[in-house]
Design a binder for this molecule. Structure first.
Ligand SMILES: *[C@@H]1O[C@H](CO)[C@@H](O)[C@H](O)[C@H]1NC(C)=O
Ligand SMILES: *[C@@H]1O[C@H](CO)[C@@H](O)[C@H](O)[C@H]1NC(C)=O
Ligand SMILES: *[C@@H]1O[C@H](CO)[C@@H](O)[C@H](O)[C@H]1NC(C)=O
Ligand SMILES: *[C@@H]1O[C@H](CO)[C@@H](O)[C@H](O)[C@H]1NC(C)=O
Ligand SMILES: *[C@@H]1O[C@H](CO)[C@@H](O)[C@H](O)[C@H]1NC(C)=O
Ligand SMILES: *[C@@H]1O[C@H](CO)[C@@H](O)[C@H](O)[C@H]1NC(C)=O
Length: 264
C-alpha cells in the first residue's frame, strides 16, 4: 500500500470509529467522495457524516425501517459515474440519477421505478435489465443510448411505462414486447436506427394507451390487429415509413384522440 492509500484507509477507519452512520450512509458518502468539489458540496451540505442514517439528507427518502427507498438526484447538474455502491441497497424502489448503466443494475431487484431520462447516458441498455421483475417504469428517454432494445425486456412483466424516445437505438423492436401485458405507454420515437415492422405481438399489450414510433426508420404496414387495442389513444408514427389502409381505423372500434400518421 502506498503512503496515500494508507492515509485514506486510516481516515476511513477514523470515520467508522467516530460515527455511527449506517452502511447505506457510508456508501452514499463513498460515492460522493469520488466527485466531491466545492461546486457539488453546496448541493450536498445536508449529507452529514455524524448522522446515524442518511434519511434526513437531501435527495434521499427512507422507508419506515430507516433504509433508503428513494434516491432522486435529477434536480442537480452533476458530472459523475453511475454509483455502483447503490447495488447493495435492498429496499431501493426509486432511483433518479445521471451516469452510465452498468450490468449490475440487474442486482437492484427491488427497483419499481428507474428514471435516467434527460441525461448523457451512452452505451447499450444492458440485457440484465430483464432481471428487474418489479419494474413498472423504465424511463431512458433523451440520452445517447445505442444498439438494440434487449429481448430480455420481455421479462419485466410488470412494466407499465417503457420510455426510450430520443436516443440512437437501432434494430427491430423485439417480439418479446408482446409479453408486457401491463404496458400502457411504449415510446421509442426519435431513434432513426430502429427499423423493421411493428411486431404483430404488440397487439397482446391490451393496456396500451400510447404507442410512439415517430421519427424512426420503421416501415411496412401497421398490423391490422393494432386496431383491437381498445385503450389506445395515441398512435404516433409520423415520418416513419409506415402505412395503413384508411379502412383500418374507420372500421376499428377505437375512438382516436390523436392519430399522428402522415402517410396514406
Ligand atoms: C466535500 O468537499 C467540501 C469542500 O470541498 C468539504 O467541506 C466536504 O467535507 C466534502 N464532503 C465529503 C463527503 O467528502
Ligand atoms: C452535522 O450534524 C451535527 C449534529 O447534528 C452538527 O453539530 C454539525 O454542525 C453538522 N455539520 C455540518 C457540516 O452541517
Ligand atoms: C425527482 O425529483 C424531481 C425534482 O425534485 C421531481 O420533479 C421528480 O418528480 C422526482 N422523480 C421521482 C420519480 O420521484
Ligand atoms: C451483480 O450481478 C453480477 C452479474 O450480473 C454479479 O457478477 C455480481 O457479483 C453482482 N454484484 C453484487 C454486488 O451482488
Ligand atoms: C429472460 O429473457 C430471455 C430472453 O427473452 C429468456 O431466454 C430467459 O429465459 C428469461 N429469463 C427469465 C428469468 O424469465
Ligand atoms: C418505404 O417502404 C417501402 C416498402 O414498404 C419501400 O419500398 C420504400 O423504399 C421505403 N422508403 C424509404 C424512404 O425508406
Amino acid at each position: 500500500m502506498s503512503g496515500n492509500a494508507n492515509l485514506i484507509f486510516l481516515l476511513f477507519l477514523n470515520i467508522l470509529a467516530i460515527s455511527a452512520l449506517n452502511q447505506e450512509g457510508l456508501s452514499l458518502l463513498s460515492w460522493l467522495s469520488i466527485f466531491n468539489s466545492s461546486h457539488s458540496a453546496t448541493f450536498f451540505a445536508s449529507w452529514n457524516a455524524t448522522h446515524k442514517n442518511p434519511c434526513q439528507w437531501d435527495y434521499i427518502k427512507c422507508n419506515c425501517d430507516g433504509f433508503v427507498s428513494e434516491i432522486n438526484i435529477s434536480s442537480i447538474d452533476l458530472c459523475t459515474t453511475f454509483p455502483i455502491q447503490f447495488v447493495s441497497f435492498n429496499f431501493l424502489t426509486t432511483l433518479v440519477l445521471i451516469g452510465e448503466i452498468p450490468c449490475s443494475i440487474g442486482n437492484m431487484s427491488s427497483l419499481v421505478s428507474l428514471d435516467l431520462s434527460y441525461n448523457a447516458l451512452t452505451g447499450r441498455i444492458p440485457p440484465e435489465i430483464g432481471k428487474l421483475s418489479q419494474l413498472q417504469l423504465l424511463s431512458l428517454g433523451s440520452n445517447s443510448l445505442q444498439d438494440g432494445i434487449p429481448t430480455e425486456i420481455g421479462n419485466c412483466s410488470k412494466l407499465q411505462q417503457l420510455l426510450l424516445f430520443g436516443n440512437q437505438l437501432s434494430g427491430r423492436i423485439p417480439l418479446e414486447i408482446g409479453q408486457l401485458r401491463a404496458l400502457e405507454s411504449f415510446r421509442a420515437g426519435g431513434n432513426p436506427g430502429i427499423c423493421g415492422e411493428i411486431p404483430m405481438q404488440m397487439s397482446q399489450c391490451k393496456q396500451l394507451v400510447f404507442l410512439g414510433l415517430a421519427e424512426t426508420g420503421m416501415s411496412g404496414k401497421i398490423p391490422y390487429n393494432i386496431g383491437e387495442l381498445k385503450n389506445l389513444e395515441i398512435l404516433s408514427v409520423y415520418s416513419a415509413n409506415l402505412t395503413a389502409k384508411q379502412t383500418w381505423w374507420e372500421y376499428s372500434k377505437i375512438s382516436w384522440k390523436l392519430l399522428e400518421l402522415d402517410n396514406d
